[in-house]
Design a protein around this ligand. Structure first.
Ligand code: PEP
Ligand code: MG
Length: 375
């Protein structure tokens, strides 16, 4: 914001005055966070943590963790990862100086972390004192035909609970450290991915809450925190009232929600969708502009079901659509609290949010619908 000058700065300050939606950014490094702040983001709506697991030596520990057979070995590898993870979050909290940060716990299919070559498998086998064959057999059990519909998201918290336990400890410790360092208040927002049912969120939340409370005790500190969930599986939207009993916020993961509502693979969008759009079989790419009739209905339904149980539930969107002006208009109409988008789309999102609010005002004050026709 401070970089903007003259007319542009003035325009953006009008936009901020009129908009109702908060604009946050999707950022998973201190560098992204700094860019987000520069463009006027009011927080981080989605900090994905999966990239952090691939950096440098970390992948070695990740591989040891997923290929070991004992909880002790997993915890040993995770203790190493904790040291990196806590520094990741400290960096992000420092960059955001007290603005809200929603950290999403690990989401990708586990097989993405598997070794690719025999040498890489051998290195893990040596570390774990197992044979090459043993670790390769274990690795084979993690392969899936449809990994995006499989062993990922909060499902990992059921099969490998130690991973989320390590992550929440790092989040809490980093928040406490940076609060002390900067003298600001930080309320960590911990987000569970790919929740599909009430029983699932109850199970995962119970485990992570224990780990969070243990971390706070160990630090001898006091800190508030929030636990919420992504709404990105149609079943979660349909049962959002049950889920809201256990979630302080919802963030719509419209990338997965679009994939699972249409049954279109988000990873193969280049194959036949362009042809579909050319031939007007579908009107627009639903991965770019939120499909307001189908996916939108699920978002509206989940928002209203969520509010029916928890009137002040915080609602946001963090799929790609959070940076698309037409979709932002829809988010405004649905009464979401915020949109979260790429740092580079924050300016556009602020303008789109202001335009949505301005149109509403014009509609309230004029009967001349031509003024707002189609725009
Ligand atoms: C989503 O599904 O919309 C989302 C934000 O999560 P990801 O893209 O990481 O699956
Ligand atoms: Mg998702």
């Amino acid at each position: 914001e401070s970089e903007l000058t003259g007319d542009f700065a003035e325009l953006m300050s009008w936009a901020d005055e009129i908009k109702k939606l908060q604009v946050r950014a999707n950022a998973d490094s201190p560098r992204d966070a700094a860019v987000a702040i520069k463009f006027g983001a009011e927080g981080i709506g989605l900090c994905r943590t999966e990239h952090m697991f691939f950096e440098g030596d970390r992948i070695e520990y990740v591989r040891q963790m997923i290929l070991s057979d004992t909880v002790e070995e997993r915890i040993k590898a995770l203790d190493e990862l904790y040291n990196f993870q806590v520094e990741d979050f400290r960096g992000i909290y420092r960059a955001m100086v007290g603005l809200p940060v929603t950290v999403r716990l690990l989401d990708p299919p586990l097989h993405e972390f598997l070794p690719h070559t025999d040498e890489e498998y051998q290195a893990v086998a040596d570390k774990l004192g197992k044979t090459l064959e043993d670790v390769k057999t274990k690795g084979a059990t993690l392969k899936e035909t449809n990994p995006m519909l499989g062993h990922r998201g909060s499902r990992l918290a059921v099969t490998y609970p130690e991973i989320y336990n390590m992550q929440v400890r790092a989040i809490i410790d980093a928040a406490i450290d940076v609060e002390r360092e900067l003298g600001c208040t930080i309320v960590p927002e911990i987000m569970l991915p790919l929740i599909g049912s009430e029983s699932e969120i109850v199970y995962v939340k119970e485990n992570v809450t224990k780990a969070i409370d243990a971390a706070i005790m160990a630090k001898n500190a006091k800190i508030e925190y929030k636990i919420g969930t992504m709404i990105e599986i149609p079943r979660a939207a349909l049962t959002a009232d049950e889920i809201a009993k256990h979630a302080e916020f919802f963030s719509f993961g419209t990338n997965d929600l679009t994939q699972m509502t249409f049954g279109f693979s988000r990873d193969d969008v280049g194959s036949f969708l362009p042809e579909y759009i050319n031939r007007k079989v579908i009107q627009v790419d639903p991965f770019v502009s939120l499909d307001q009739s189908g996916v939108g209905q699920l978002v509206e339904m989940a928002a209203s079901k969520g509010r029916s149980v928890r009137p002040n539930i915080k609602l946001g969107i963090c799929g790609e659509h959070g940076g698309d002006p037409e979709s932002i208009k829809f988010c405004h109409k649905t009464g979401l609290s915020y949109v979260s988008c790429s740092p580079y789309r924050v300016l556009i999102a602020r303008l789109a949010a202001a335009q949505a609010a301005a149109e509403e005002i014009i509609l309230e004050h004029t009967t001349d619908k031509v003024l707002v026709a189609d725009k």
